[in-house]
Design a protein around this ligand. Structure first.
Ligand code: FRU
Length: 459
């Protein structure tokens, strides 16, 4: 029996392996989340498109598999990542078939349940001539000036990752327009996966996931002619377990992003659990005053809040154990370091500290640190030390921490995110301790809520 590691308010399928979010779209009010799914086990293999829908981005209904590989078809070895678009009222999926990597179409009716593959597949049969490509996949398609555009993740062998740009007026016939952006292998790896390209507050936002790094990068910049000019660079998450995010624009015009949360445990442990892979909370994207990316959980997540436990404010030094215990919580703290060297909290901690995760802001270095190395006594547990630079411009640190059993998703000042995965073995690994090392700290505000499961009777 697995000890409460299965998240209860982050999306995951009933069983088996999930990776990238795919085809995110709001259709007639209903949100659709497709995802890379292996129905045969809790490891990567035989990629299908799993499917779920939601009215509020929080409570999901599992739906039948949307795409399965077709024997003898261009996706016979897998229906890999892609997007969903509205083509004049026809729901349309654009995705990568393997092997080799080619781009394919599928359409549906208004329910988005049954999908029919286009008889003309593949619509793009391979990389442009002359490119020794390291990859050729993960279409992101949008309409601009009456024409369809597509970016694909790719790379030039021994040179670096690259985004390829295409254009079409009918989704079937595509013209290659050249690279939108090229990277250097020593900086951003040899192959870029899962590009997202969208407008945001008058700028362009490019997101991609470079191999071999387990990171999701973004650039904010502008487009001149058919080239992207990056200005600001950052990571969407600093925990090393958030990958291949997909962003979409909902009917209210919000830019909302889900990312794949990898497991932090061995393939054997995943097989024993019977599931692997979780989606992040839906994060709303915007630009800050300096033009950098801000991320906040969508407000709908707050509907999951249950019992409210206010934390008394004030000044303290050292450790302050809180009365509340739990492993499905939202914690929202407004902290001002006043001489402390490190401030933050311990969570999922046993009373003796044998198992615990720490999230501490290192005041001198201006770095937020998540340490999961002591989170679990389990054999083969892969804990990590993750750091993210964060300047406290107003002197205040707002920490929002979402604990969901094996997921810890942290938002700091809306500017940086760190996500960790932990698998405590002890049933009493549920304590919370506020920490102020080497000096005093002021707690301006402190709120903790228990969080409800999203798998209610509605499903
Ligand atoms: C990213 C990725 C994509 C690919 C998919 C296959 O995690 O490797 O590039 O389409 O996963 O599942």
């Amino acid at each position: 029996m697995e000890l409460c590691h299965r998240p209860q308010y982050h999306f995951l399928p009933v069983a088996n392996w999930m990776n990238d979010p795919n085809g995110l779209i709001q259709w007639e009010g209903v949100y659709h989340l497709f995802y890379q799914y292996n129905p045969t086990g809790a490891g990567f293999g035989s990629m299908h498109w799993g499917h779920a829908s939601s009215r509020d981005l929080v409570h999901w209904r599992h739906l039948p598999i949307a795409l399965a590989p077709t024997p003898e078809g261009p996706d016979k070895d897998g229906a890999w990542s892609g997007c969903a678009i509205n083509n004049e009222g026809v729901p349309t999926i654009v995705y990568t078939g393997v092997r080799p990597q080619v781009q394919c179409l599928a359409t549906s009716d208004d329910e988005l349940i049954v999908w029919t593959k286009d008889p003309g597949n593949p619509v793009i049969a391979g990389p442009p001539a002359g490119l020794d490509a390291t990859g050729f996949r993960d279409p992101c398609v949008w309409k601009e000036g009456g024409l369809w555009y597509m970016v694909l993740g790719s790379g030039a062998r021994d040179v670096g990752g690259m985004i390829l740009l295409y254009r079409s007026d009918d989704l079937h016939q595509w013209d290659h327009l050249g690279p939108l952006l090229e990277g250097r292998i020593d900086e951003t790896g040899h192959n870029w996966e899962c590009p997202n390209y969208l407008t945001l507050d008058g700028r362009r936002l490019l997101i991609f996931s470079p191999e071999p790094f387990r990171q999701a990068h973004y650039y904010v910049g502008d487009q001149r002619d058919l080239r992207f000019l990056p200005k600001i660079h950052g990571l969407l998450d600093h925990g090393g377990l958030y990958y291949a995010p997909q962003a979409f624009v909902d009917e209210a015009g919000r830019r909302i992003c889900f990312g794949w949360l990898l497991e932090g445990r061995t393939p054997e442990a995943m097989a024993a659990a019977g599931w692997a892979g979780v989606q992040s909370l839906p994060r709303e994207l915007s630009l800050g005053p300096d033009g950098g990316l801000l991320q906040r959980p969508v407000p709908e997540v707050e509907t999951l809040r249950g019992t409210h436990h206010p934390v008394a404010g004030g000044v303290w030094t050292g450790k302050r154990k809180l009365d509340i215990v739990g492993n499905a919580l939202e914690i929202d703290l407004g902290i001002a370091p006043q001489g402390a060297a490190e401030v933050g909290l311990e969570l999922l901690a046993t009373p003796d500290g044998e198992e615990r995760t720490t999230i501490l802001y290192d005041v001198e270095r201006g770095v937020l640190v998540m340490d999961t190395r002591g989170a679990s006594l389990a054999d083969g547990f892969l804990g990590r030390l993750s750091e993210a630079p964060l300047a406290l411009e107003t002197g205040l640190l707002r920490l929002r921490v979402f604990i969901d059993r094996s997921v810890i998703e942290v938002f700091a000042n809306d500017q940086i995110c760190i996500t960790g995965r932990v698998y405590p073995t002890r049933v009493d690994a549920t304590n919370l301790v506020l920490v102020s090392n080497g000096g005093a700290v002021v707690l301006h505000s402190g709120d903790i809520w228990t969080m409800a499961s999203i798998w209610s009777s509605r499903d």
